[in-house]
Design a protein around this ligand. Structure first.
Ligand SMILES: Nc1ncnc2c1ncn2[C@@H]1O[C@H](COP(=O)(O)OP(=O)(O)O)[C@@H](O)[C@H]1O
Ligand SMILES: [Mg+2]
Length: 444
């Protein structure tokens, strides 16, 4: 992409209404634009990152055996009356009436709809297990939308639903999602810790929130410090095998959000490993048994011929919230520092003197070679001052920058800068392209 033809409305000033750094940087880097409280347009740069995050989330769901579909944003009120949640959900639900006076709503979540789909087609234990998911916009009329995309009213969520014959089988589905989430967040460059969460009236131990530690997080959390450094299981994990040991390894150590915190249990963690911090909830997994299948009559016939309600769980990832979480975890005073896996472009090319023939020729050649190598470069071919170009490149946080200026070119050299460390390397343009293509500097 050539910057002169792109749409990148960067702001010089930090918007005064943005309280936390990720919100400030997303506005300054021209990634989002607020349209109403908690409702945003995704400008081209933000949209690129959103799509990359979405794709990683999708790949890990697929790997874990979940199957993608797409349900609508608009749902009928009658469906929610079947589960009894239409009245309970309260003011967070955006209720809509159509021209025939039929009551509709903008979905805040999809348990009812997926249960309705399941019961229409699946009647026997032979149809189980099943995990279905979609990645779709949700609307919740939050009382206090804030922090940009972190707590929006309209937001993108990946929600998976599992269907199993009994609780034991449901635990296996739960474990698949638990492990898939660890791998997902790790690919996104995040250290997310699974923490015990409230299961409400259903009880049991099958609810975890995945929390990224950050000072600006909305939740207060307590955990064993070892959990933060524990690596993800890895993409070669066998999802058909026994995942319980991987789950146990993590749930054996203390980790709880404020609502679930047990100070006496926490006190048993060695003093130097006690971590109390703030965190961002990026995912939430939950086994809720027959809470919806019973009232909505989603029954499956068991081997003994008896029909019984199917056991369900739901598993959410805040896809749009993740942009904020990733920036909170990866930035400096100059701007974003994207992990390579989600960077909006792979590398920036800064032509320091547009109009100078040698600079133009070398920049065009580097651009063509990087496109060819599949590195998705963003070429700053504008006639802005070099200082402004550097500031923009640092602000939008591409992992690498190639700086092409007249002085270096006289010696056949350009500069390659690694955004994360700030280190620069002088080399020939050809070397820069081949080293980038080989990911000689890759950090993830
Ligand atoms: N208002 C919001 N804005 C952005 N992301 C949200 C919002 N509410 C929830 N999410 C994301 O969706 C995931 C699943 O939502 P869920 O657990 O149902 O929400 P909650 O924790 O608010 O009950 C959360 O872990 C979070 O990452
Ligand atoms: Mg939650």
């Amino acid at each position: 992409m050539r910057l002169s033809r792109y749409f990148l409305p960067v702001l010089k000033e930090t918007p005064s209404d943005a309280e936390i750094v990720s919100h400030q940087l997303m506005l300054r880097a021209g990634m989002i634009k607020q349209q109403a409280a908690g409702i945003y347009s995704w400008l081209p740069l933000g949209h690129r990152v959103l799509k990359k995050i979405e794709q990683i989330v999708r790949e890990e769901q697929d790997r874990a055996g979940a199957i993608e579909l797409l349900m609508p944003t608009i749902q009928s009120a009658d469906l929610w009356r079947e589960s009894g949640r239409y009245d309970d959900y309260g003011d967070e639900m955006l209720r809509i009436t159509d021209r025939h006076d039929r009551e509709l709503l903008f979905g805040p979540t999809n348990e009812e709809m997926i249960t309705e789909i399941f019961r229409s087609y699946c009647k026997s234990y032979k149809d189980l297990p099943k995990m279905l998911y979609h990645i779709q916009w949700k609307f919740r009329d939050e009382r206090r939308p804030r922090f940009g995309v972190m707590r929006g009213r309209e937001f993108l969520m990946k929600d998976t639903y599992s269907f199993d014959v009994d609780e034991e089988a449901a635990r296996r589905s739960y474990n698949r999602m638990f492990v898939a989430y660890l791998n997902t967040f790790s690919r996104l460059g995040l250290k997310a810790v699974p923490m015990k969460a409230d299961t409400g009236p259903i009880g049991g131990d099958l609810s975890h929130e995945f929390i990224v530690l950050a000072e600006t997080g909305e939740s207060e959390v307590f955990c064993h410090a070892d959990l933060v450094e524990m690596g993800a299981p890895g993409l070669d994990v066998d999802f058909d095998g026994d995942l319980q040991p991987l789950v146990d390894q993590r749930t054996a150590l203390y980790a709880a959000t404020e609502e679930m915190h047990q100070p006496d249990e926490f006190a048993a963690v060695p003093k130097d490993r006690q971590l109390s911090a703030r965190g961002i909830e990026v995912g939430h997994i939950f086994y809720f048994g027959t809470k919806y299948s019973e009232p909505m009559k989603a029954l499956v016939q068991h081997q003994d011929g008896q029909p019984r309600p199917v056991h369900m769980g739901s598993y959410g990832v805040g896809v749009s919230r993740l942009l904020g979480a990733i920036i909170e975890a990866h930035h400096d005073e100059k701007g974003c520092i994207w992990p390579e896996s989600v960077a909006p472009f792979g590398v920036g090319i800064i032509n320091m003197r547009v109009g100078d023939e040698a600079c133009d020729v070398a920049s065009e050649a580097a651009y063509a070679a990087l496109v060819e190598a599949g590195l998705d470069p963003l070429y700053d071919d504008t006639d802005n001052r070099a200082g402004a170009k550097f500031a923009t490149a640092d602000l939008i946080g591409l992992p690498y920058q190639i700086v092409i200026g007249p002085r270096g070119l006289k010696e056949g050299k350009i500069e390659l800068k690694v955004r994360r460390t700030g280190e620069t390397h002088e080399m020939s343009p050809e070397d820069a392209v081949s080293r980038l293509a080989e990911r000689a500097f890759a950090d993830d």
